[in-house]
Design a binder for this molecule. Structure first.
Ligand SMILES: [Fe+2]
Ligand SMILES: [Fe+2]
Length: 278
């Protein structure tokens, strides 16, 4: 019989993980500080980001991707910032840090993040939720805890994958068995360290436990639904999926007509943006 995995020491894991998080580029740090201070103009933030050519190109490429569906091409950072708002730009900058280079190991997670980002935006538009842009960023980052485990703790990731196959369970259940925590808990550690806005945090931390989202349940509900629909859309044989919580149906007032509309929009829009194309 296979030996049962002892969960890693959670505090130690947290310390090691936060230590290993990629260094935030100077330009991003500076832009964050200015955003957090408040009362800063889009041109000032645009100037700061514009000092890093690769970063500027990534932000512009993402803004012009079908995630956002803007009808005209956005050519300047200032315009992007005006359209998306500072919190969303902060989230976009973070996504460049979290995903960095999309290696073979995280390609699948990146594709799922893109699906979830697009779907979160679609749900927001179908349901007339005004924070569609922020929800798109939240969708992009919703499984960032998995990305850091894969990138920085490959030995733990290998154990998680093994438990998943052995128990035919969800990622989250396997993570709990191996780590003692799951990627949504890890999202919370990262969100805390990087001072994410409360709305963004809600989707990252509670997308698997919407009933625990107290402050902005609608954010958690949209990301939860976007996550599950993205998985169902590309369902693989034998894959074990989380189920849609009753709270999600209740908070978003879902009905078959709304779900059909969301799925038909997903048919037209699901798109994987390639960081490395630029
Ligand atoms: Fe997740
Ligand atoms: Fe996910």
């Amino acid at each position: 019989m296979e030996k049962k995995q002892r969960p890693a020491d959670i505090l130690l894991l947290k310390e090691r993980l936060l230590e290993k998080l990629p260094a935030i580029p100077k330009v991003v740090q500076e832009a964050w500080k200015l955003i957090e201070k408040g009362n800063v103009s889009p041109s000032v933030i645009g100037e700061v980001i514009g000092r890093d050519m690769t970063l500027s190109a990534k932000v512009l490429r993402l803004v012009n991707s079908p995630f956002y569906g803007f009808p005209n091409r956005i050519g300047s950072l200032k315009h992007a910032i005006v359209l998306l708002g500072l919190d969303t730009i902060k989230g976009l900058l973070i996504s460049t840090v979290v995903f960095g280079k999309v290696t073979q190991e995280i390609k699948e997670l990146w594709a799922h993040a893109c699906d979830c980002a697009t779907t979160a935006g679609i749900i927001a538009r179908v349901l007339n939720i005004k924070e569609a842009d922020e929800l798109t960023v939240s969708g992009l980052l919703h499984d960032m805890g998995k990305v850091v485990i894969k990138n920085y703790f490959p030995e733990l990731d290998a154990k998680i994958q093994k438990v998943k196959r052995r128990n035919n369970c969800t990622d989250r259940e396997a993570e709990k068995e191996v780590l003692g925590v799951s990627h949504d808990d890890i999202n919370g550690w990262m969100a805390e360290k990087w001072h994410f806005p409360a709305t963004l945090k809600e989707g990252l931390i509670y997308h698997h436990q919407v009933k625990k989202a107290i402050k902005y349940p609608i954010f958690a509900a949209v990301i939860s639904l976007a996550d599950i629909l993205s998985h169902i859309y590309r369902l693989k044989f034998g894959q074990c999926l989380p189920i849609v919580e009753d709270e999600v149906c209740h908070i978003l007032k879902l009905n078959p007509k709304i779900i059909t509309k969301i799925i038909s929009e997903m048919d037209k829009s699901l798109y994987t943006f390639d960081w490395d194309e630029i």
